[in-house]
Structure formats: C-alpha cells, structure tokens
Design a binder for this molecule. Sequence first.
Ligand code: DX5
Ligand code: ZN
Length: 229
Amino acid sequence: MSRPIEIAPSVLPVDLSELGKAIADLDAAGVDRIHWDVMDGQFVPNLTFGPDVIASARRHTSLPFEAHLMVLTPDAMAAQYIKAGCERLIVHAEACTHLHRTLGNIRSLGAKASVALNPATPASAVAHVLDMIDMVLVMTVNPGFGGQSYIATMEPKIREVRAMITAAGLDGSVNVEVDGGISADTVAGAAAAGATVLVAGSALFRDPLGLAHAVSEIRSGAIAAAQIS
Ligand code: DX5
Ligand code: ZN
C-alpha cells in the first residue's frame, strides 16, 4: 500500500518577526503539516521554539503541527508541546533512556508518538516500538541547523526502516519521514528508499519562483521516485 507523499516544512528558516504570516504562507503554498524543530541548546548546539511560540502560531493555520523534539528531556516537555497545539511529538531515540515508556506517556497524553534516529543510530533502535508509533524520522543531516547537505548514505537505513515496518504489517499506520537537506535534487533518493513524509526548510525558501513552486517541485519529485522504486 503506497502512502501519500506529505510535505512538512521546517519553521527554522522563516522570518520569525512575522511568524503568523509565515505559517499562513506555508499553508497557502500547499504543505501538509508544520514541522517545528525544537532545540534545547543541550541535545543540539542551538536553541529554538518554546511551547508559547508554537501556541502563538496555532491560530494561523488548521494544518497539523508536529514537534521535532531535539531535546535532552522530552518526558519533561511533552505535555507543554501538546498543550501548545502539536498533535505529534517526535522524540530522539538517543535522548530517551526509557523510549518505550516515553512513547507510552506521549500516547497517554493524547498525542501521536514518533521516533527520530540520528545518522549514526541504527534502524534496530525502533525494532521493539513500531507498534507504539505512527512515524519514524530518519535524519539525513546531523541535527541542530538548517541548510546542511543531505547525507545520501542514509538511504539504506530509510530502506531498512521501511522494510521493518512492512515486515511488521504496519505499512498502513507507520510513515517514514526524512529531515535534512531535502530539495528537488535530493528528494528522489529518499522517496525511492521509502520515505513518504519530507521535511524541507532552506530548499523551500531559496526557490526564486516562490514557496508554492518549491513545495510542488519536491512533491512531484517524490511521487515520481516512489512510483518507479
Ligand atoms: C536539523 C533540522 C533541519 C531542518 C531542515 O536539526 O531538523 O534538518 O529541519 O533544514 P534544511 O531543509 O534546510 O536541511
Ligand atoms: Zn526536524
């Protein structure tokens, strides 16, 4: 069963002095969800969005919000980001001593739970929690900053995660997302390997033909690649 391709823009590159307008512009450009790259300055050497910032943007779109929690203490923060309007929390396997319990806590709070894997983290890290999550995020950069180069050597891991989900009979409920260096030039490799949710940041904002064109280019590139894979 092929899952629809979804475009999830990272909010990192937007003009934060006009956050509400930026979110509305992304919605108008045809994206499918909003991807908030939350960073605590400890798990990664950068500091970004608190829950109040996300809450302030909530009224500017009805699109789903997901929080990519690049934080050392996801258990302590989960409830705040759900209250701020995030329907999905993406925690890093590397930050969770008790990943199974963390995912259970997120679900008990009424949100969807997903797991992110840094480039060096093996796919096996999610082998025993696939039944608890709705998405695996395979990082295609080392987290912390936008504008980095896509790490193509992650494609075998994307394929491996997709195969694990298929083998578990969960193709209908678990997505594979990629995040980092995604553009019209790199999306084909990720989509052919099985990614169906594509986080893009800088590629959306550097397109001279505008956001909608950039979104459309990435989406059509992913669809074309997925069909021939
Ligand atoms: C890294 C961030 C970035 C960002 C996407 O921690 O998660 O991957 O969302 O940025 P680009 O698309 O510019 O690589
Ligand atoms: Zn992200």
